[in-house]
Design a protein around this ligand. Sequence first.
Ligand code: AMP
Length: 307
Amino acid sequence: MSLVVIGSVAFDGIETPFGKVDKIIGGSGTYISFSSSYFTKSVKLVGVVGDDFPQEKIDLLNRHGVSTEGLQIKAGQKSFFWQGKYHLDLNSRDTLVTELNVLADFDPIIPESYQDCEYLILGNLTPVIQQTVINRLRKRPKLIVMDTMNFWMEVAMDDLRQTLKMVDVLSVNDEEARQLSGEYSLVKAAKKIHEMGPKYLIIKKGEHGALLFHNNEIFFAPALPLEDVFDPTGAGDTFAGGFIGYLAKTGDISFENMKTALIYGSAMASICVTKFGPDALESLTQDQINERIQEFVDLVQFEISLP
Ligand code: AMP
């Protein structure tokens, strides 16, 4: 079933304790598209790049079945650029540079062929642009998932509140959930965030897994303990792409199925972090994904007999 993805399509400069790259492709829309393409062959990307963005990467997205009809290419302009440096523990990072470039006056275009989409994922972008995409779809999709970051809570909280009222699932990390709700307890934070709009809330906790909240129900998906994490950039977007990709593939948006989707999202994220940028997502096989899923099953499956 068709899935529309909106997000940044970007160049990133990344420094981790394992290496440094000055300029590779990245962006929330890129990671979500690659990740979800392993689940549904009807991924449709909305975004904007400058004419400095490599055509071969757009071709690669197309070979993954991702439609780029909604990806605008602005002649004579530069693509969005983000630069970050990770701390030793890889769980936190500093943003060193954010150059909006083409994103500064991005006006999303929704091609006619995107209009019938049943699933929509709003990757990290200004909340106003996220709202614009919802408003420009003639029919409300069956499920709208939204990602955001602390930056928008600081500079556009009113707009963010409006967008939150329009979505079904919010995906944020633990720090962002606390900032958004003003609550330290994640259970209290989830209650407050439900009141802001999203019926489902995903709280990502990096190497400590992810929680899914729905009313009074909670589900926990672990993160796979990995020997080497090279670059966590895009892990959250890759997670979200696997999550919604699996839901779009199965067409089932029940809480039960979301639990499985959370495991698929976690598996995709655990693959993403093993290489710099989206490299690890570019040529995966179904067997590799299945093997990773099996590792998650083995990690948490146990038998217990109660006295
Ligand atoms: P994540 O590691 O999942 O938070 O995603 C990292 C990606 O987000 C990078 O590839 C960046 O290009 C992109 N990014 C960083 N800041 C922003 C922003 N303010 N708006 C849109 N995309 C961003």
